[in-house]
Design a protein around this ligand. Structure first.
Ligand code: GTR
Length: 326
């Protein structure tokens, strides 16, 4: 490993050290995303890339590989830790088992609403969660929105936790998500994102859960048309750099990258809000049915998972500080 202080040699010789590709003047960082082109996370990283390129005078570029071109989140995260991929936009879900802090913002109903979530992630609690990721080979660059996740089923409306009993529900590959399903007596089926459409279509699972833009972009609404607005989790998205790739950048390029990532958050939120409204309308036009739910009953049923994931004083402290945040 090279120390962060060691100046990066630019040019062909530098290439093997970098996850990205370097030419005489340019370092290109490869960035992964499972979402398709045009999705707010993909567009926000492109926005960041443009800023980086301008501000570095073309010395640093970001190339976004969207639509799972580099793989599903769990595998791309491994590759990011080892510097094969330089930047990765993922949900907290696939980080939960590795970085326990990331389970806390995904806990059921921990945020009151999206504004509360944004304020918390922008403040010191967000920074603490980033330090958790930093201990595992990542450099947390910024958080993006993921709205609220709700259940959708191919079988019929879900109104109360009782409607979940015995349902096979696709979840992200995370123990937190398995526990949340157990709390409502459903059978959790952890699957990569890209396998959910066919799992719903063939009946391998009965239901899944996600926010409006993902429900729309994946076209899950075609095969699971009953969307029940439980809004049970606001597990955010994070943009991480590989610590290996990051440490090899010259200091000035590290700052340019960090600053541009922070500035992409405002852009992402604008795109997110517009996409959420558009997706909500589009899926209904496509035949999806929105059902009212008994949210309080879901919150009560899911409450026991807190003890399992906020399992020491520090993690319990994060929960109370989130709850107390204005
Ligand atoms: C989306 C999120 C993805 C992925 C997906 C999933 O909302 O943006 O990163 O986590 O959910 O459910 O796998």
């Amino acid at each position: 490993m090279h120390s962060p202080r060691r100046p990066l040699l630019l040019g062909a010789l530098a290439a093997p050290w970098l996850g990205g590709r370097a030419s005489a003047q340019t370092i290109t960082l490869r960035s992964a995303d499972t979402h398709p082109d045009g999705y707010p996370t993909v567009e926000a990283v492109k926005f960041m890339g443009n800023l980086v390129e301008q501000r570095s005078g073309g010395r640093l570029k970001v190339q976004v590989f969207h639509s799972r071109q580099l793989g599903e989140e769990r595998e791309t995260l491994e590759q990011t830790r080892f510097g094969v991929i330089d930047i990765n936009r993922v949900n907290f879900g696939p980080l939960n088992n590795l970085v326990p802090e990331t389970a806390i913002p995904g806990l059921p109903f921990v945020f009151r609403d999206e504004a509360h979530m944004r304020r918390v992630m922008d403040g010191p609690i967000g920074s603490e969660i980033v330090s958790g990721a930093d201990r595992h080979g990542f450099v947390g660059l910024c958080f993006y929105d993921s709205g609220a996740r709700s259940f959708y089923s191919r079988r019929g409306p879900i109104r109360t936790p009782d409607d979940m009993r015995g349902l096979k529900v696709r979840v992200q590959q995370s123990d937190l998500w398995v526990a949340i399903m157990r709390a409502v007596n459903a059978n959790a089926t952890p699957l990569p994102f890209g396998e959910v459409y066919s799992a719903l279509q063939t009946g391998v699972v009965d239901a899944a859960e996600n926010n409006w833009p993902s429900y729309h972009s994946t076209r899950h609404f075609e095969v699971a048309k009953y969307y029940s607005e439980t809004e049970h989790s606001m597990s955010p998205e994070i943009l991480v750099a590989s610590k290996r790739s990051f440490d090899r950048l010259p200091r000035d390029l590290q700052s340019i990258l960090r600053d541009a990532a922070k500035e992409s958050v405002g852009e992402m939120r604008k795109l997110w809000d517009a996409q959420t409204a558009a997706s909500r309308a589009a899926v209904q036009a496509g035949g999806a049915q929105i059902n009212p739910v008994e949210k309080e009953a879901f919150a009560r049923a899911m409450a026991p998972v807190y003890a399992q994931f906020a399992r020491d004083d520090r993690l319990r402290g994060l929960v109370s500080r989130i709850r107390e945040a204005a």
